[in-house]
Design a binder for this molecule. Structure first.
Ligand code: NI
Ligand code: MN
Length: 228
């Protein structure tokens, strides 16, 4: 599987299928691709915040592909004319050769539209299984002890983990999260997009090494890929 980071929390997983997660491209100063250039088979959105929902509606319509997300957000997206597949925490949806499981995240999740907040259910993380490789995109979250359960149940090969602080856990929490989940690889995300989430990913890498964890940290620049 090829994992490409587009900046912030946006990733494309490519194997026998293409899976796009949290496509915040328009308005993302680090975005390495334009929404109209994206080709995907499935889109997953972890929660309704603008820096995750991003260009999902436009990309879903252009590619004629479904958006998988939590039930309430799927209702919102359906009203936008998108084919939305609503699942919920703990549930696995298998379709089009992809397995998607939503898992808990410790975060808020409303959509902001015309200066109004619309409730779109809980924030989630997601486990994606494709071609025998399991990827855990945590969504926006703090560390929580139940990550240990997520690790035991899903045994992710790769964990996409926020380190930016302010809106999510910072480096200290992210190191603890790796200790609980025990993935083989971790790719830091959700940092350096805005001034308040400035972070040096090399500090994260060093902290993981100093903690003596077996997880290998892979630092990507926006637009770069990692093959697993
Ligand atoms: Ni958020
Ligand atoms: Mn966010």
């Amino acid at each position: 599987m090829k994992i490409t980071w587009f900046g912030h929390a946006a990733f494309l997983l490519e194997g026998s299928k293409r899976i796009l997660i949290d496509p915040f491209l328009t308005g993302n100063p680090n975005a390495s691709i334009r929404p109209e250039e994206i080709e995907t088979d499935v889109i997953i959105v972890t929660h309704g915040h603008g820096d995750h929902l991003g260009d999902a509606v436009e990309i879903a319509k252009k590619n004629d592909v479904p958006v998988v997300c939590i039930h309430e957000l799927s209702r919102y997206l359906s009203k936008k004319g998108v084919e939305a597949v609503g699942v919920n925490i703990g549930g696995t949806a298998k379709f089009r050769g992809v397995s998607v499981t939503l898992v808990h995240a410790l975060h808020s999740a409303d959509v902001e539209e015309d200066d109004q907040l619309i409730s779109t259910g809980q924030a989630a993380g997601v486990i994606v299984e494709l071609d025998g490789v399991r990827v855990y995109h945590t969504g926006d979250t703090d560390v929580f002890l139940d990550m240990q359960l997520i690790g035991e149940l899903h045994k992710p090969d790769v964990m996409l983990v926020p380190i930016g602080d302010w809106y999510t856990m910072g480096i200290k929490g992210a190191v603890k999260a790796l200790e609980l989940v025990k993935p083989k690889y971790a790719i830091p995300m959700h940092y350096n997009t805005f001034p308040v989430i400035e972070q040096d990913p090399e500090d994260f890498k060093k902290a993981v090494e100093e903690a003596g964890l077996d997880t290998k940290v892979v630092v990507l620049n926006p637009g770069e890929s990692f093959e697993v």
